[in-house]
Design a protein around this ligand. Structure first.
Ligand SMILES: NC(=O)c1ccc[n+]([C@@H]2O[C@H](COP(=O)([O-])OP(=O)(O)OC[C@H]3O[C@@H](n4cnc5c(N)ncnc54)[C@H](OP(=O)(O)O)[C@@H]3O)[C@@H](O)[C@H]2O)c1
Length: 339
């Protein structure tokens, strides 16, 4: 590998958000090692961005004890670690195995491995979520980085579909802050609490079925699955473009005063009707796949949020919904023209 701005370990390299974080890191001149669950996935990622400064390491299951140790033992030194890997899907059967263990043990595992085997690491950036902030049952006056979702481990066990993912994010993030507080490692921590993320599909997406969860509603509209009526937008009415999220990760890594902070990364409000309107206007050939008489269900008294810290410290200028949805649909049609 050639000279660079530094070496970064990026976990979950096959993911949607990681795909864009990777582009942003490479464009900024960093050498990157991604983790992937198999040789095949790792090779695919590296092939897709040649001739950049990129390699991969296999981490089959982030929930396993010491899962990341071998990466540091064989690929160090690293200057930064960005931990995006964590499950996000809607078909939960076993909340412990599918959500809580990989999220919580994966996060504490990264922290332990850095402390034990990564003495050169200056900062860890973790992809948390607005799921670790929001409390839909009792909204505060304004959401910001001081807010924490009240969801517990027991909530996840009792209502896996409703609380499994939410609990995994809030408990993993709390575990990370507790580790830093208790262990006082040589590196610091910054956390990205992004809200619902839309944007161009990830590199080398194998099929429309394999698409990341948060882009499903756009995919479904393009496929005509909502022709007879849009799904309710609730409970989350805020969204952000994946390219803004990727830039937020880069800046959280490099801006000195970002260390020790959470960042609520949320662009603006949306409803499914607003997404459908953009698709209809920008892709007239898809108009007959969309409902003609959809109602905008964005509540007049929707919860308020404050994203000032992400704008002022990270310098994020949020992308418009129109551009994001246009680019997302364009990226789907470019790869799957017969959608
Ligand atoms: N998309 C959103 O709207 C959104 C919003 C807020 C926060 N987030 C957070 O952003 C991060 C990335 O999400 P995404 O939307 O990019 O989802 P994604 O495309 O499904 O990516 C998830 C990544 O985590 C990896 N992973 C999951 N479980 C694993 C395990 N047990 N062992 C090893 N790797 C594992 C996946 O590997 P495989 O590809 O091999 O399965 C994939 O690389 C997550 O932490 C998520 O909670 C997402």
């Amino acid at each position: 590998m050639d000279k660079s701005n530094g070496r970064v370990l990026l976990t979950g390299g096959s993911g949607f958000i990681a795909s864009h974080v990777l582009d942003t890191l490479l464009d900024a001149g960093f050498q990157v090692v991604v983790t992937a669950r198999s040789e095949e996935k790792g090779e695919t990622i590296v092939e897709s961005v040649k001739p950049h400064q990129l390699s991969y390491a296999v981490v089959e299951d982030i929930a396993k004890e010491g899962a990341f140790d071998h990466v540091f033992q064989t690929q160090a030194p690293f200057d930064y670690v960005v931990h995006t890997a964590s499950p996000y899907h809607l078909n939960v059967q076993d909340p412990v195995k599918e959500f809580l263990d990989p999220a919580i043990k994966g996060t504490t595992g990264v922290l332990r491995s850095i402390k034990a085997h990564g003495p050169t690491v200056k900062r860890l950036v973790i992809t948390s979520s607005s799921a670790a902030i929001l409390n839909p049952g009792n909204h505060p006056e304004v959401y910001d980085e001081t807010c924490w979702a009240p969801t517990t481990y027991e909530d996840a066990i009792n209502h896996p579909a409703k609380n499994g993912y939410r609990a995994s994010k809030v408990l993993a993030e709390k575990a990370a802050w507790a580790f830093v507080e208790n262990e006082k490692p040589n590196f610091d921590l910054a956390v990205i609490n992004c809200t619902y993320v839309f944007g161009p599909i990830q590199r080398k997406l194998a099929s429309l079925e394999a698409m990341n969860t948060s882009n499903h509603r756009v995919r479904n509209m393009v496929q005509g699955k909502n022709k007879d009526g849009l799904d309710p937008t609730a409970p989350v009415f805020t969204w952000v473009d994946v390219r803004d999220v990727a830039l937020a990760h880069l800046r959280a890594m490099t801006v000195p005063k970002a260390g020790g902070n959470r960042f609520y990364v949320a662009g603006s409000y949306f409803s499914n009707k607003q997404i459908a309107d953009v698709i209809r206007e920008r892709f007239p050939s898809l108009a007959d796949r969309l409902p003609a008489d959809a109602v905008d269900d964005l509540p007049g008294d929707v919860f308020r949020f404050n994203n000032r810290k992400s704008r002022e410290v990270l310098g994020i200028e949020y992308t418009s919904l129109e551009k994001c949805i246009t680019d997302t649909v364009g990226s789907i049609l470019a790869v799957f023209p017969d959608v």
